[in-house]
Design a binder for this molecule. Structure first.
Ligand code: BG6
Length: 535
């Protein structure tokens, strides 16, 4: 009865502000934004919804990319009616939107939101949701966004499928409805190792077809990351040099100055390798190293990325150890002067935690294009600088002509600046004016002017709503990346399911020769300062 009341409340809220949705809309041919969508957000009272999802949707609305007949069903556990819930979203949008709030657009956007209370483990929630979605005012293109804890992904997907809202054969019966499109968006982490990732994939695919599952890696939504494909394949100067004959090494960084803040409960179980390396850094590596795809079709691009991950050798434990370095931050100050407590003193971190907050590793993509070229990947929190970038370091030119000048000729370096200072830098050797000397100079292109670049979530939501999966992770990509991260973590003595050694923290984590090298990039800048290197 309660479910029925809530369903009616949401539907009547939409009734007041709309006409029948999808009139004259052909779901096969018409794509949003010309066609409306029913967007269901699970976890609607959480942090992600407030900081990222709603501000992104609002900015899409501002740009005319969110159809005025689209509906948002916000699902949460807290007791709100729709007006009370919408009143919590307004300040979140003001705070996090990249554009200022326009009163008229906000009023219309607010009218598109309805709130539905429920427990994810309760069948009644999905039944009442099905009632809302089957009302005539709701669009027939549906998108379910799981902005919830990873342990609840499968529960929600299966709850939807059991109520006939999924897209795969579930429990022997075909789920879904005639003339309805149903898609599922999942946020990382997709599992915590290969075995759990496979288990999650199996359960999600039991409820939705793989083509309808959109796994978000928000790095792929960043304009500077998407530009990698354009840079490589829409220009003729780079690709002929993009191989082992001309490249000395490739360095990929995602360095943060912030600590883990209030996320100790999640982070202490994850660590840098699972939180950042398995997804964001490996994705950057894939886009940097992949072969040109046969087309811009999502599957063609994702096939090439999987090939890169499969070309990385599965090293033996001793080899992984000598190629990697991990560390954990100790007490200090951020570059902006804020105090950062030692990791072990952060809230919700176990006092005997062995979780790493920094990881660096050197690996190879062992294929015809890149065999022998080191790829150095580094990521960490509470560091002395914030910088996400990819540096393609070209081989040094022969120095015979300039040998009398002394010293080495610098490498040409192409730096793809992901953030901050989004742009592209190219460093090359120039003559010092007035002197017979050579020095490196940079050619710098930056994007940070004007309105700013769209937020990653705007692009990703827009694509998921339109059903374009190019920027989302396929199950086999995620699993190939887990396979690598499992090998690395096992070499550190960390527990990994599937026959991992049980001992913790027993093994040294760095190869004596490698640790300095892993910290000294980029050449010429001060080495990365790392308090608390393990062991
Ligand atoms: C998230 C990680 O995926 O990415 C966070 O869970 C990290 O720990 C964040 O801080 C970094 O994202 P960005 O866009 O700020 O580089």
């Amino acid at each position: 009865m309660k479910a029925e009341t809530e369903r009616s409340e949401v539907v009547s809220h939409f009734d007041e502000s709309s006409s029948e949705a999808c009139v004259g809309c052909d779901l096969e041919a018409d794509l949003p934004p010309s066609c409306p969508v029913a967007l269901v957000i699970f976890g609607a009272t959480g942090d992600l919804a407030a900081r990222k999802i709603f501000p992104a949707l609002y900015n899409l609305a501002l740009a005319g990319r969110f159809h005025p007949d689209s509906r948002i069903v916000a699902v949460g556990r807290k007791a709100f009616d729709t007006p009370a819930y919408v009143a919590t979203i307004a300040p979140a949008i003001s705070e996090h939107s990249r554009r200022t709030v326009d009163a008229e657009i906000w009023t219309r956007f607010a009218g598109q939101i309805g709130y539905l209370q429920g427990e994810l483990s309760d069948r009644a929630l999905y039944e009442s949701l099905a009632g809302v979605l089957r009302s005539a005012v709701m669009p027939r293109m549906r998108l379910y966004y799981l902005a919830i804890g990873p342990d609840q992904f499968a529960i929600a997907a299966e709850g939807l499928a059991a109520a006939g809202l999924g897209s795969a054969v579930f429990d022997g019966a075909r789920a879904g409805e005639e003339g309805v499109v149903s898609r599922l968006v999942v946020e990382k982490p997709f599992g915590s190792d290969l075995a759990s990732a496979r288990d999650l994939t199996r359960r999600l695919q039991g409820a939705f077809l793989e083509r309808d599952i959109f796994r978000i890696d928000h790095y792929l939504g960043k304009e500077t990351v998407q530009n990698l494909l354009y840079l490589r394949f829409a220009n003729s100067v780079f690709e002929p040099l993009w191989n082992r004959d001309h490249i000395a090494r490739i360095e990929i960084d995602a360095l943060e100055t912030v600590g883990i803040g209030t996320r100790g409960g999640y982070y202490d179980r994850a660590g840098a390798a699972r939180d950042m390396l398995q997804n964001h850094l490996f994705q950057l590596l894939c886009l940097t190293a992949m072969e040109p795809p046969a087309s811009l079709d999502p599957e063609a691009i994702r096939d090439e990325k999987v090939k890169v991950l499969r070309s990385i050798p599965r090293y033996e434990a001793a080899e992984w150890r000598s190629r990697s370095l991990r560390a954990r931050y100790s007490e200090g100050r951020s570059p902006a002067g804020a105090e950062v407590p030692a990791y072990l003193r952060e809230a919700k971190v176990a006092p005997d935690s062995t979780t790493e907050t920094f990881v660096a590793l050197r690996l190879e993509v062992d294929n015809w294009r890149f065999a022998g070229v080191p790829f150095v990947l580094r990521t960490g929190k509470a560091l002395d600088r914030r910088s996400s970038e990819i540096r393609v370091v070209f081989r040094s030119p022969p120095r015979a002509l300039f040998s009398s000048y002394g010293g080495e000729l610098g490498h040409n370096i192409l730096t793809i600046k992901i953030q901050p200072d989004e742009g592209l830098w190219f460093s090359f050797n120039m003559k010092v004016p007035g002197r017979p000397r050579v020095e490196p100079r940079d050619l710098r292109f930056g994007w940070s002017e004007g309105d700013g670049l769209p937020e990653a979530y705007e692009r990703l939501l827009d694509d998921a709503i339109r059903g374009d999966s190019t920027l989302f992770i396929r199950a086999d990509e995620s699993e190939a990346a887990w396979d690598l991260v499992d090998g690395l973590r096992r070499s550190w003595g960390e527990p990994v399911s599937q026959g991992a050694p049980a001992s913790r923290g027993s093994s040294a984590s760095r190869g004596a020769n490698d640790s300095a090298t892993l910290l000294e990039y980029p050449a010429g800048s001060p080495p990365l300062r790392l308090p608390g290197v393990f062991p």
